[in-house]
Design a protein around this ligand. Structure first.
Ligand code: SF4
Length: 241
């Protein structure tokens, strides 16, 4: 019988910086019991980011990679999947190696990304089982949300790669109270439709993370049943949460 060997590189915190771990969750990878690894650092600055503790790249790693692997080995029979989240996980140069080491332990691999680095995402796709990709706005509104020019091109290139890859995915949009209007949302839905996106969700913005958290409630875009029907009719699956 042919034996297949797997050589494992040691990953330092310079290559894979873990800011935190959720040991068990049912909501971060659809239909799977998973652990979530929060990778430290993101080059974008969305006001509504609910993981602000993980934005700064230089923050010290709170968990070493070897400890993460030990933890996962102990839970092999309890968990189905491991989700790499952040921050922006594709920022990390050791991500591909880390993913392969976790796959080798027998877990499915999920990725949460804002599509910041499409070329890196393309290289990772063969190792991924499911991707949750944030598409934050129609292209014209993107930099107002991320604080970074040309962020739209990167995110939309990632969406194109993902939807053509055959990897399971969900594209999701957070409805920021002031940065996305109802007409922006419908424009976004048109753009997604043209790209043949099939799985889409819209999530309400939790404004407690926003610098303008005292926004008047009337500023909020919220979807009614009619919106849900009109938007959902464009996709194979749609969720408003
Ligand atoms: S891209 Fe994601 S992690 Fe980065 S600042 Fe925006 S919401 Fe936060």
């Amino acid at each position: 019988m042919m034996s297949v060997s797997f050589s494992r590189k040691k990953l330092s915190s310079e290559l894979i910086r873990i800011g935190g771990v959720t040991p068990f969750t049912t909501i971060d990878y659809p239909g799977e019991l998973s652990a979530v690894l929060f990778l430290q650092g993101c080059p974008w600055r969305c006001d509504y980011c609910h993981n602000k503790d993980f934005i700064e790249r230089q923050q010290a790693a709170s968990v070493g990679w070897e400890s993460v692997l030990d933890f996962l080995r102990e839970r092999k029979t309890l968990l189905d999947a491991v989700v790499f989240s952040g921050g922006e996980p594709t920022l990390q140069t050791g991500l591909s190696e880390a993913i392969q080491q976790v796959r080798h332990l027998g877990f499915k691999i999920g990725l949460h990304t804002a599509g910041v680095y499409p070329k890196r995402l393309k290289k990772l796709l063969p190792w991924l089982d499911w991707v949750g990709l944030d598409i934050k706005a129609p292209k014209s509104r993107y930099s107002a949300i991320t604080g970074v020019s040309h962020s739209a091109e990167r995110a939309w290139e990632s969406a194109k790669l993902l939807t053509n890859s055959g990897v399971d995915y969900e594209i999701r949009t957070t409805l920021h109270p002031k940065l996305i209007s109802r007409s922006d949302l419908y424009q976004l839905v048109d753009e997604l439709k043209k790209m043949n996106v099939r799985h889409y969700s819209v999530q309400k913005c939790n404004t407690k993370y926003c610098s303008d958290s005292n926004s008047d409630e009337q500023d909020f875009v919220s979807l009614d049943q009619d919106d849900v029907g009109r938007i959902g009719g464009n996709f194979s699956s749609f969720e408003y949460r």
